[in-house]
Design a protein around this ligand. Structure first.
Ligand SMILES: C[S@@+](CC[C@H](N)C(=O)[O-])C[C@H]1O[C@@H](n2cnc3c(N)ncnc32)[C@H](O)[C@@H]1O
Length: 437
């Protein structure tokens, strides 16, 4: 079978929607085997992520149009992918979507299958009828379908931020993520100039001091990336390390370090210091090494594969001047970049993660030196993983207090939460603690 952007997208969607494969792994695997042009790779990527992102909305559109059971397993993914194109991709004419869907149905259907007739009939009926949405009176159901987020998440957002802000956040989370990069501290002016020369139109970040926003992707294929002049990191993620006040000679512990984005950022601030990077997954520490090599800070980084909840068995009390706990979390701040997170997480996950986050803080906080700084961060915006963790940690550790900090262009009294619609960045939470004097 000749592989096209659409057949790759359909194969990927079948394995993601039916076998729960990871979209990025499955798509990369399928793309690697197919050798498509860059434009076709981009189309396949858009079809896969867009269809997953809008899954709830797209399934709702099928209501009332599907009269028979969709027995062949390519049928539903193909219908969802086609409606996604009709509704969201202005540049593709509806007729082309129907023709391509027809071809795919013939390719993927069994011999003598009537699948292509079913696809044709349903898509034509959808085009005639148009979009349907639930009654606006039911705010949760309406927003859940319109913006394609599970009901519990819509309810959670409304409860914590109100209806108006929730609408803004959900709409913003469905926009494409920005192309943020962090420039290495060395040669920043020159790197900025090179980015301009290469046509990436860099714009300084409104948030982080060392970050810039590029006009398009593809930076990882440039020599600037390969030579470690910059790294791919969201501007809100870059703020976390900026919350520390570095002297430059400190021993630093990065308790949850892989893939090492923040480890290398810390190391760049340590001309004569050192960072010990932990992670529970030994394999993932290879990524920390690769990052440190590429960013030319490998001599300042050592790694150790341990559970941070056992860090106090491996290191001495007061050994580190600075500690970062960039904790495992639900990733609710990353919904724009990782469309599946919205469907895989549950409210119970937030509670389970809080326990792990508190346990990690419990076992690393004793390693902080007098006058040291402890920064806790997550790429989640939930209350359970952030404000509640801080409150409970402070309650059980009265020798710690929140500490004011400045990070990039922002200042905070001790806790900073960046919601995803405020700057169009990832959602992030940062808290800084110090030992009471
Ligand atoms: C949010 S990610 C860290 C991202 C990283 N700081 C960066 O900037 O690239 C959380 C990491 O914590 C690791 N992790 C999860 N549980 C852990 C534990 N109990 N001890 C140490 N690491 C853990 C995960 O494997 C994951 O790599």
């Amino acid at each position: 079978m000749t592989k096209t952007a659409r057949s790759i997208a359909l194969e990927t969607l079948m394995s993601v929607l039916q076998n729960k494969s990871y979209s990025n792994l499955s798509l990369n695997n399928n793309l690697r085997q197919a050798k498509l042009s860059v434009a076709d790779q981009n189309l396949a990527t858009n079809l896969v992520y867009g269809t997953i992102q809008y899954k709830i909305y797209l399934k709702y559109q099928l209501k009332g149009l599907v009269k028979t059971k969709l027995t062949e397993n390519y049928l539903e993914p193909l219908l969802l992918m086609s409606i996604y194109q009709i509704q969201f991709l202005d540049k593709i004419p509806t007729r082309a979507v129907l023709d391509e869907a027809n071809k795919l149905a013939k390719k993927f259907g069994k011999h003598h299958s009537a699948g292509y007739r079913i696809v044709n009939g349903i898509l034509r009926a959808f085009v005639r009828r148009g979009e349907v949405l639930p009654n606006k009176k039911d705010e949760v159901e309406y927003l859940s379908v319109k913006e394609s987020f599970p009901k519990w998440l819509v309810e959670y957002f409304i409860k914590n931020w109100g209806l108006k802000k929730t609408e803004k956040m959900l709409i913003s989370l469905n926009q494409p993520a920005k192309n943020s990069v962090r420039l290495a501290l060395k040669d920043q002016k020159q790197t900025f100039f090179q980015l301009k020369k290469l046509g990436f139109n860099p714009e300084p970040s409104a948030l982080a001091s060392d970050s810039v926003i590029l006009s398009h992707g593809g930076i990882v294929d440039t020599s600037l990336f390969k030579e470690g002049k910059l790294t791919v990191q969201d501007e809100a993620a870059s703020l976390v390390v900026e919350a520390f006040d570095f002297k430059g000679d400190e021993e630093v512990l990065d308790a949850c370090s892989a893939p090492g984005g923040k480890t290398v950022q810390i190391a760049e601030h340590l001309p004569t210091g050192h960072v010990t990077a932990l992670d529970i997954h030994k394999k993932k520490l290879n990524l920390v090494h690769q990052n440190a090599e590429r960013m030319d800070v490998a001599d300042k980084v050592s790694t150790k594969a341990i559970d941070a909840r056992k860090a106090d068995e491996c290191f001495s009390k007061g050994e580190f001047a600075k500690i970062l706990v960039d904790a495992p979390c639900s990733g609710l701040g990353l919904l724009r970049r990782k469309p599946e997170i919205r469907y895989s997480k549950t409210k119970q996950d937030l509670v389970n993660l809080q326990k792990i986050q508190l346990d990690i803080l419990e076992h690393v906080s004793g390693l902080l030196a007098q006058n040291g700084e402890l920064v806790y961060s997550t790429c989640s915006i939930s209350i359970q993983e952030n404000e509640e963790v801080v409150e409970k940690f402070l309650k059980s550790h009265p020798n710690f207090e929140l500490s004011k900090f400045k990070a990039g262009n922002l200042t905070s009294n001790g806790m900073l939460k960046i919601l995803p619609d405020s700057y169009g960045s990832d959602g992030f939470f940062i808290a800084k603690f110090k030992l009471r004097g």
